[in-house]
Design a protein around this ligand. Structure first.
Ligand SMILES: [Zn+2]
Length: 332
């Protein structure tokens, strides 16, 4: 085995519902170059795999141009992944074509690289732990609210995956016993109140086609254009429907945070993802509800912060994932 150089690069790919984001990342978390292609979500699995392989090949070309050696490939995907085998589970939201695919083996075989595949929020949690606000902590948890609501857990300095990769799925903790249905087959999950698409769906249900001036103004008259950022803007301006939906989302997230605190007693919980970009309008009530639902003594030892990583945190996460597994292999 050749010794690892400071300058060695990690190929990192974040598989999303609409785009594959790739980058070359050094071991300090600097993204040397990045690129993105469409996921091809309406194609079949082979289409997505083809795009993924082309993206990896293009990143490899870039390393040859830079004349820098590659250590391996890290990939984050939006679903549970079996830790031992790198096989994607059946519950992969938005990209069902990748369900049950042994992605690690496929990529390893096709690229000849050392490959690590894991859940994208596990990857984000490792990015926060390796390069971000969670650096050096023993107990860290993350909740990422975006298209879905994912979670990641680091306890005693180790990523917790569980028996089949489902550990840390905070978004699917039940917070309302007979609540809104969720894609996972359950009801009343945190996700069913706090994900981006669920925020929008709840607004639509409450509006029931009624038009009020604020929604007309914010969407240019086309209610089809309501997205999470519009919901938060309407709430900020005092619209009762938006306020009710945001309040419910915050309560659900706060209950999820409290469940994490009571279950794992982490030193820090980081909230990230597109929905959290709303900022204090969401963070403040989440903090309030978390305090309400959790043990006061546990809550007081948990720093609750918003992610400070860039928009490219998914790519950074995929690289952190590879570094984490490489370190584990080295010490095994
Ligand atoms: Zn669910």
């Amino acid at each position: 085995m050749t010794p690892r150089e400071e300058a060695d690069l990690i190929l990192a790919v974040d598989v999303g519902g609409t785009a594959l984001a790739g980058g070359l990342v050094d071991q300090n978390g600097a993204i040397i170059t990045s690129q993105a292609v469409a996921t091809d979500r309406f194609g079949r699995g082979e289409g997505i795999l083809k795009n993924l392989l082309e993206l990896v090949a293009s990143l490899e070309d870039e390393t040859r141009r830079l004349q820098l050696p590659v250590r391996g490939l890290g990939v984050g995907v939006p679903g549970a992944v079996e830790g031992g085998t790198g096989r994607i589970g059946p519950d992969i939201q938005n990209i069902p074509e990748l369900g049950n695919l042994p992605l690690r083996d496929v990529l390893q075989e096709r690229t000849g690289l050392q490959v690590v595949v894991d859940n994208d929020v596990n990857a984000l949690t490792l990015a926060e732990w390796t390069f971000g606000q969670g650096k050096g902590l023993r107990h860290l948890a993350m909740i990422a609210a975006g298209t879905g609501v994912g979670g990641g857990l680091i306890l005693n300095g180790e990523l917790v995956r569980g028996a089949s990769g489902y550990a840390g799925e905070v978004g699917h903790i039940t917070v309302e016993l007979d609540g809104r249905p969720c894609f996972c087959g359950s009801r009343g999950c945190v996700k069913a109140y706090a994900s981006g698409p669920d925020l929008v769906a709840q607004v639509r249900e409450l509006l029931q086609g009624e038009r009020s001036s604020i929604w007309t103004e914010l969407t240019g008259g086309d209610l089809g254009r309501i997205d999470p950022s519009v919901v938060f803007r309407a709430a900020d301006r005092g619209d009762a429907v938006a306020e009710a939906v945001v309040a419910k989302a915050a309560q659900a997230l706060g209950a999820g945070v409290a469940a994490l605190i009571n279950l794992c007693n982490p030193e820090m919980i980081i909230l990230g993802g597109g929905v959290m970009e709303a900022g204090e309008i969401l963070m403040e009530p989440v903090r309030r509800w978390a305090r309400f639902y959790a043990f006061e003594r546990a809550f007081s030892r948990t720093r609750l912060v918003r992610s400070g990583l860039s928009k490219q945190s998914g790519v950074l996460g995929a690289a952190a994932l590879f570094l984490y597994e490489e370190r584990r292999r080295d010490t095994a």
